[in-house]
Ligand binder design. Structure first.
Ligand code: ADP
Ligand code: MG
Length: 206
């Protein structure tokens, strides 16, 4: 992918988030404060407005802009967390004008590291990490098995979806959802869901 294609995918992520806004908000209504879809949509609308004029920029600059915009426009926990994820991914792509699968997996490593450093959560606490980490592991495995890009991303999406299912079975111990304790069981995590939506769009973009 080149910078223009990355911008197209980011626009497509914004459209998907807009389409999922109500569902994500409903999910957050049950175990949080009912704003996840609204937060994400607000962030990606702001991103959308800043994408014009970035066509000739390197991919690192584009991703950093996405991250900084999410941090500065989204009030909830997800803004700083997704914002950090995109900023870290951007730093690993600094100066690069082509994104290959290996580079994408490095972006994912950086994004996960950033979310963990910022949110102090680990796998199994009912957060976006429960979709991100298994997706990353499945993609690394698929790549080392010699799968093509399409199959690598399909493996990531399948693992992320499984991760979302897994979040239904566990209690939230981080973020607002931790306030509802046992009652969070049976409900999927909004952030794990939105990450899976984003990865699906990236997979479709390949
Ligand atoms: P808020 O919780 O501030 O209302 P959102 O509703 O936008 O923010 O986002 C909630 C999502 O953020 C959760 O579903 C979860 O996936 C994610 N999240 C919350 N806290 C953490 C954390 N410490 N580490 C990773 N992800 C987190
Ligand atoms: Mg919320």
């Amino acid at each position: 992918m080149n910078g223009i294609e990355v911008i197209e995918v980011i626009r497509a992520i914004g459209s998907r988030i807009e389409a999922e806004k109500e569902f994500l908000t409903e999910l957050d209504n049950v175990i949080g404060d009912g704003d996840h879809g609204i937060n994400m949509a607000r962030g990606f609308h702001a991103v959308e407005e800043k994408l014009n004029g970035l066509e000739d920029k390197d991919i690192g600059t584009i991703l950093k802009m996405v991250g900084m915009t999410l941090v500065s426009t989204v009030g909830g926990a997800s803004g700083p967390l997704y914002g950090t994820a995109f900023m870290k991914a951007g730093m690993s792509m600094a100066g690069k004008t082509k994104l290959e699968m290996e580079g994408f997996l490095s972006c994912m490593d950086e994004a996960i590291g950033g979310v963990q450093a910022r949110g102090k959560a680990k796998q199994g606490e009912k957060t976006m990490l429960d979709a991100m980490i298994p997706a990353q592991q499945a993609m690394r495995q698929a790549l080392s098995d010699g799968k093509d890009n399409r199959a690598v991303l399909a493996a990531g999406v399948a693992a992320a979806r499984k991760g979302v299912e897994y979040t239904k079975t566990i209690i939230a111990t981080k973020g607002r959802a931790s306030y509802v304790g046992e009652r969070s069981i049976g409900h999927q995590d909004p952030g794990a869901t939105s990450f899976t939506d984003i990865l699906e769009v990236i997979a479709q973009g390949i």
